[in-house]
Design a binder for this molecule. Sequence first.
Ligand code: 5GP
Ligand code: ZN
Length: 113
Amino acid sequence: MSCIFCKIVAGEIPAEIIYQDDDVMCFKDVAPQAPTHLLVIPKKHIGSIAELKDSDTNLAGKILVTATAMAKDQGISESGYRVAMNCGDEGGQTVGHIHMHVLGGRQMGWPPG
Ligand code: 5GP
Ligand code: ZN
């Protein structure tokens, strides 16, 4: 298994895990771009959002709802935060396992670079 996020799911490499259940995991980004920077991933390997299938509808929704809960847990829900999912090279995706960024604790700009 070469996927770094699958290795985190398997406990083969460490991460600061905030939450996990049977379907999803949330851990801190190793190179935070904001005071709060979490990643929410499905435990099942899916390479990118471009690979999502109809049968992944519930799982995809759960990733977003988990991000909502994590933002509340981390105390950034009221001040505001950003969720982002990068897809493919020009989308800025660098890890080939679906992940939702949850960024907060500072003012976000728009559009992203
Ligand atoms: P992407 O650029 O694919 O949207 O986001 C990948 C994110 O994963 C980056 O923000 C990067 O800092 C983070 N990342 C890469 N490798 C690791 C790792 O081994 N552990 C953790 N916690 N985050 C990682
Ligand atoms: Zn993976």
